[in-house]
Design a protein around this ligand. Sequence first.
Ligand SMILES: Nc1ncnc2c1ncn2[C@@H]1O[C@H](COP(=O)(O)OP(=O)(O)OP(=O)(O)O)[C@@H](O)[C@H]1O
Ligand SMILES: O=C(CO)[C@H](O)[C@H](O)COP(=O)(O)O
Length: 411
Amino acid sequence: MAVSTVYTTQSLNPNCSFSTPSKTHLGFHQKQVVFYTTGKKTNKRSSSNFSSPYVIKCAAGDSQTIVIGLAADSGCGKSTFMRRLTSVFGGAAEPPKGGNPDSNTLISDTTTVICLDDYHSLDRTGRKEKGVTALDPRANNFDLMYEQVKAIKNGVPVQKPIYNHVTGLLDPPELIKPPKILVIEGLHPMYDSRVRDLLDFSIYLDISNEVKFAWKIQRDMAERGHSLESIKASIEARKPDFDAYIDPQKQYADAVIEVLPTQLIPDDNEGKVLRVKLIMKEGVQYFSPVYLFDEGSTISWIPCGRKLTCSYPGIKFFYGPDTYFRNEVSVLEMDGQFDRLDELIYVESHLSNISTKFYGEITQQMLKHSDFPGSNNGTGLFQTIVGLKIRDLFEQLTASKAKTPVAATKS
Ligand SMILES: Nc1ncnc2c1ncn2[C@@H]1O[C@H](COP(=O)(O)OP(=O)(O)OP(=O)(O)O)[C@@H](O)[C@H]1O
Ligand SMILES: O=C(CO)[C@H](O)[C@H](O)COP(=O)(O)O
């Protein structure tokens, strides 16, 4: 295999050099390679696959990107969470300017969110031919994911492939420059131990089957015209691989947002009122779990009354210590939904360690995005809180790095 000219990122980082890839680096499919000369495509590619055409090695830059992993199944609220997170840092997130209109990447001043679907090694037809789902590790290129996340973390731009959800094909790659914060979101951010070890913080969105089903119906039936039968069939078809490869990642997460049916309405099967748990691992550097009233105590709180308007079935909070996959955790739980979002300030004022910069910041964020799904319940509240904790973690990590001399080289 001859590699001619590759897209050169050297102009962006003079510390980098290139070499041809090893077999391992190319991984599962090494036949289809894209060659570039300074952004111009010079050789054809197969639509069925794409692997990185080169290996980049760079000396240390001045800055290091902080990497956050967000894992969840498809349709479980990752995009909504990302919009809340980006908003905490100010500014809107947009696809790369002038790039592929079907890019899955979102860039704002501080954050770049890349979707791990872009590391599918098999396109839609390829998966069908091999009889594997996108959740199956064999349909994903973890070698490339690891190399590229590591490169970005070390301040090196990469040419990341794009999985096109419109066509089901792998498109030519896009340039990803190292941001201050890189979020890798998708099915497998914590599956491969090498990628997992690159994460500074990890989150898992754990949506129970009942709720997932209700959300899928809402989106795919109401908004996309799918039939009830096809939605059920698609959930069932994914379930074995979801259980085998996606769900186990939650054991590694620093924070889990678990979404369950309410316990306030007996035998509820509508899935509209939700019980949401924020499970926060203890002992994570730069992350101090949020607490209600008194740290470490076990507390059950019904805030409805004079200061919080509640209609049926009301609102119930719970806070306390627990264990989760043999780790010590703190759990904050909210069951029910807010009638008036402006009154959330009452709840916010009873929470501590929320990493706000001013009184009422959570309420302000929630009001700002009141049209996002989950704004009246624990999903929106806890996503906003995790966003604030990530901002705090980023600021602490940046401050600590500023004090530490930069190492001579990084691998
Ligand atoms: N907190 C929530 N409350 C109610 N519905 C929600 C919530 N979050 C997401 N949904 C529903 O799920 C759908 C998918 O949400 P979103 O696009 O954020 O998920 P996603 O994980 O990014 O999906 P995909 O991976 O398929 O792009 C929304 O259109 C909405 O119907
Ligand atoms: O689980 C998924 C993550 O988003 C998708 O189903 C997977 O990426 C395949 O996408 P498509 O259905 O568009 O071919």
